[in-house]
Each structure stands twice: as structure tokens, then as C-alpha cells.
Design a binder for this molecule. Structure first.
Ligand SMILES: [Zn+2]
Length: 137
């Protein structure tokens, strides 16, 4: 059997505000700059989810990408698309929604629902220039 890595790309749009409630307004502005804007701002995120595993000799798949897409939609996209990450999203509650923290949150949402041990990496692109890769602890 051969191993392979399968990646599914999905998109979502969401708003957020970078803010640390333990700091005063001045420090929040200095550290987070425009991303501290009180009413928030939006991004069109691109999410790449990679699953690793052996190619099944019967199907020729590591994972059925239709199943992978459904898991991503149910566990992540339905919760974040067209939402405000600071207020609407259960798995981001109490976290500063940086692209790093969103990537970890998405990993934790997906991991229990991907067939055993197969979630390999997620890459979350916040802008054309900025992305975060997360591969678990
Ligand atoms: Zn932003």
C-alpha cells in the first residue's frame, strides 16, 4: 500500500477584532494597529485541510473528498462563515481571533471527526500574504 496526502480547499468570510482585554486601549492600538478597530473588519479566508493515510486498495482513496468537505462544512464553515469571530463562534470564545488562534480552533473542531489519526495539517490563509500552518500539538 502507498501513503498519500489529500488536501481539500474551502473558503469562508468572517469578521474579527484583535484585542487583548487585559491591556488598555493605547497598548491594544499600538500592538494590533488597524486590526484593533472597535467594530471589527473582515477577511475572505482560505482553508486547506490535509489528511494523510494509506490509499485504500478498493476505492483508491485516502479519504473520500466529498466526506472531507462535508466534515469541514458541518464542523467549521457552518459556524464561522459570515460570522463575527469575537462574538458568534463557540470554539473561539475568550480567544483573540488571530489567524494562529483560528487555525488551532479549527484543528480542534475537525480533529475528532476525521477518521482516526488522519488529520495531518491545516493551512489558514487570512490574506494573500499571510497564512498560518498548524499540525497539532
Ligand atoms: Zn484581520
Amino acid at each position: 500500500m502507498s501513503a498519500a496526502y489529500v488536501t481539500r480547499r474551502e473558503h469562508f468570510s468572517a469578521a474579527h477584532r484583535l484585542h487583548n482585554p487585559a491591556w488598555d486601549e493605547g497598548k491594544n492600538e499600538r500592538v494590533f494597529d488597524k486590526c484593533n478597530n472597535a467594530a471589527g473588519h473582515g477577511h475572505n479566508y482560505i482553508l486547506d485541510v490535509t489528511v494523510a493515510g494509506q490509499i485504500d486498495p478498493d476505492t483508491g482513496y485516502v479519504i473520500d473528498v466529498k466526506l472531507l468537505s462535508r466534515i469541514i462544512h458541518e464542523r467549521v464553515l457552518d459556524k464561522v462563515d459570515h460570522k463575527h469571530l469575537n462574538v458568534d463562534v463557540d470554539f473561539m470564545r475568550g480567544l483573540n481571533p488571530t489567524v494562529e488562534n483560528i487555525a488551532v480552533g479549527i484543528w480542534n473542531e475537525l480533529q475528532p471527526h476525521i477518521p482516526a489519526g488522519k488529520l495531518y495539517r491545516i493551512v489558514l490563509h487570512e490574506t494573500e500574504k499571510n497564512s498560518v500552518e498548524y499540525m497539532g500539538e
